[in-house]
Design a protein around this ligand. Sequence first.
Ligand SMILES: NC(=O)c1ccc[n+]([C@@H]2O[C@H](COP(=O)([O-])OP(=O)(O)OC[C@H]3O[C@@H](n4cnc5c(N)ncnc54)[C@H](OP(=O)(O)O)[C@@H]3O)[C@@H](O)[C@H]2O)c1
Length: 338
Amino acid sequence: MNTNTQVKLAKRPVGLPDDACWSIEKNPIDMLQEGEVLVQTQFISLDPAMRGWMNEGKSYIRPVQIGEVMRAGTAGVVVESKNTHFKPGDPVVGSWGVQSYAVVDGSVMRPVQKVDISFTGLPTYLGTLGIAGLTGYFAFLDVGKPNAGETVLISGAAGAVGMVVGQIAKIKGCKAIGIAGSDDKCQYVVQELGFDACINYKTQDIRKSLKELCPEGIDIYFDNVGGDILDIALTQIRKKARIVICGAISQYNATTAVKGPANYLSLLVNRARMEGMVVFDYQDQYPQGIAEMSKWMKEGKLKTKEYIVEGGIESFPATLLKLFTGENTGKLVLQVNP
Ligand SMILES: NC(=O)c1ccc[n+]([C@@H]2O[C@H](COP(=O)([O-])OP(=O)(O)OC[C@H]3O[C@@H](n4cnc5c(N)ncnc54)[C@H](OP(=O)(O)O)[C@@H]3O)[C@@H](O)[C@H]2O)c1
């Protein structure tokens, strides 16, 4: 029998997580009990949120403990089953963490789900039809509350969440303006995904570009990055604007105090609303979100893209860092070599 390679949290990081934060172990695979299934990992989701889960302290989810297998969204295949709902060969998704195999309970809460791969690949269930896409879907529709004709600004536009938000904005009849970190990413979201425009925040003056692209101002700012970009967006909002605080990747590795928005009084002047969201609050509605996004995908209205890095489980620490250097266009996924 194969052994299970596991990546465990060894130390809490200060700034970017370095190699000392991880221990890589090889352990035997547990025996299956009645109701359980053995899954083999094929794809691991890399998420900016992982950086937060490595920190001590109160958050929306329990921190990963030192010595624990790192939490991660995962996709793979059933290799053995003692559960009537699953058979060897079934494609499944779950969150069994950064390890090559896992024994999961298939009977109670269903921590593994079978998925339909007849119209899209398995990694899509870690991106557009996974937590990232569901975040974009519920945060934009339920918190952003778009109306046709409104102008939507999306930071992190070429990433897993941002690319979904911009496309849903177009489906809902809005004008979608992206912000991303390279000309290639900007070109991708405009030419491939149908955004109306995109600003390269590394080379362009965001404030000036926004004045040109949307002189009437922004109705919805979908924030994935926080920091300076949030502050500039605040200066360009319209009356009754909605600012969706989805994430703040520019601040996740900060070793000094998080940079908050200095321009928050714009909320007062514009009678605007800024609201945070956590996707887990929508868990009961995931099937509805997946069904609607699958329908849009089949109709050709919603495109998906995964940025797949190949390597062993051991490549996880280095792959995670790619999120913070902006290497990925679309959803960053580690494809695990057998
Ligand atoms: N609230 C929730 O429930 C929830 C759930 C899932 C994700 N999120 C949040 O949603 C956001 C996007 O997540 P994702 O999975 O879609 O990641 P992603 O956008 O696919 O990947 C991260 C991207 O962030 C950009 N970035 C990195 N450092 C940056 C910086 N200092 N300033 C500006 N941009 C930077 C990079 O693109 P560039 O090349 O464009 O810089 C990078 O490619 C994250 O903040 C994440 O925490 C929230």
